[in-house]
Design a protein around this ligand. Structure first.
Ligand SMILES: O=C1O[C@H](COP(=O)(O)O)[C@@H](O)[C@H](O)[C@H]1O
Length: 252
């Protein structure tokens, strides 16, 4: 598994530029190697920081039609709900680039609106399994879990990543690929999330953290390897890179 690599940038703007360059480089590499690129998004502030991808030079140079887009976690609510990670990504990023609709794998619309978190997680896992059969997602020979090319992750001030929260059992799930939570400490309470083995089976994981509220958890992870914080468990098969701004790195 890849060692954690950290780069501190002066401001959020440089984090955003570096994320775009990293994503574009991997997009070109994987599309050249296998004709497609699987990208996993999170919600939260990260979507704002992806803004550089919808500007020149990336908007015109990325082969968007070869992208397949997933969510590492999703809130169990209607697609139109302001809490929806799908809506956030559609409004701020995906609606501005020509990715075919069929390549955008959102939470099941009806079950999400019905609010059944367990069913939504099972359906999302079925969706991934079908894509394994269709050879869009390989199963890693090393881990036995689905292998995404790139995941773009964020961390909450409490050290959570995806919807894996401190002191909640989802972090220990090893059988399922996608699990659910109904008592998330951060609203909304019902969510689905990739499990840790799936998150760590990605080839490249890019964790982007900006702003002061995250600084304490960043220091706990970097200085003390505090594994009670879910983000401390992040790894990857090839590269596990953390991009921070000065504010997030201020307690290091
Ligand atoms: O609730 C969530 O929080 C995390 C972190 O979000 P941020 O706004 O603190 O950056 C996010 O990565 C996750 O996808 C989201 O559902």
């Amino acid at each position: 598994m890849a060692q954690r690599k950290m780069i501190v940038f002066p401001t959020k703007n440089e984090v955003s530029e570096a994320m775009a360059a990293y994503t574009a480089k991997l997009s070109a590499k994987f599309i050249k190697e296998k004709g497609l690129f699987t990208v996993v998004l999170s919600g939260g502030d990260l979507i704002d920081w992806l803004c550089k991808l919808v500007q020149p030079p990336y908007i015109d140079s990325i082969e968007w039609s070869k992208w397949h887009v997933f969510w590492v976690d999703e809130r169990v609510c209607a697609w139109e709900d302001p809490d929806s990670n799908y809506k956030l990504a559609m409004d701020g990023f995906l609606s501005k680039v020509p990715i075919p609709d069929k390549n955008i794998y959102a939470i099941d619309k009806h079950s999400a609106a019905d609010g059944n978190a367990e069913h939504c997680a099972a359906l999302y896992e079925d969706c991934l399994k079908n894509l394994v059969k269709e050879k869009i997602i390989p199963i890693s020979k090393k881990t036995g879990y689905p292998e995404f090319d790139l995941q773009l992750l964020g961390m909450g001030p409490d050290g959570h990543m995806a919807s894996l929260f401190p002191n909640h059992p989802q972090i220990n799930e090893k059988q399922k690929w996608v699990t659910h939570i109904t008592d998330s400490p951060k609203p909304p309470p019902k969510r689905i999330t990739f499990t840790l083995p799936v998150i760590n089976s990605a080839l490249y994981n890019l964790m982007a953290i900006c702003d002061k509220p995250q600084a304490k958890s960043v220091a706990e992870i970097m200085k003390h390897n505090n594994f009670s914080l879910p983000s401390a468990h992040l790894s990857a098969q090839v590269e596990n890179v953390w991009y921070l701004d000065q504010a997030a790195a201020s307690e290091l």
